[in-house]
Write a protein of this length. Structure first.
Length: 152
């Protein structure tokens, strides 16, 4: 079976960038408002803290948007902005969809449940759509690679 990449398409990346841009602008607005209206000597700690938080949010979003998984004959290669990891198919017990409900909505992604160790999220599978055909396709392709390799 040929190798396959799992990740976000261009439309989903753009959608995530819009959300990040709006959040970043909101945090920047709060920082500017605090620096202009507060006359306390400790205000720069708050402004600096919000600035550091904004940087963490942007880096986390870049990690989420550009994360991908390469499905090979040997296993999954998880590629993110900050790390690379290889999970052999022999360590995979199952692949499942995880659904989380938060105030911002319901979010789903794919998880690798391993025989030993903690479960891992497959990069490039996060979605907030209820019935996401793209997520189902990604799960089917991953499941197919896993079952063909384990079945050999």
């Amino acid at each position: 079976m040929p190798e396959a990449w799992i990740g976000f398409n261009a439309r989903d990346r753009q959608r995530h960038w819009w959300r990040t841009g709006i959040l970043t602008l909101a945090l920047a607005g709060v920082m500017v408002a605090m620096s202009l209206t507060t006359h306390e000597p400790g205000k720069w700690w708050w402004v600096g803290g919000l600035g550091a938080f904004s940087i963490v949010v942007v880096l986390s979003t870049i990690n989420t948007i550009y994360g991908q998984a390469l499905l090979t004959r040997a296993g999954l290669e998880l590629h993110t902005f900050v790390s690379r990891r290889v999970v052999p198919w022999s360590e995979v017990e199952r692949i499942e969809e995880r659904r989380r409900v938060r105030r911002s909505g319901a979010w789903s992604d794919l998880r690798i449940i391993r025989t030993h160790g903690r479960s891992l999220t497959i990069p490039g599978t996060l979605t907030n759509r209820v019935m996401d055909a793209e997520l189902e396709r990604k799960q089917a392709v991953t499941q197919q690679h896993w079952s063909r390799t384990v079945g050999d």
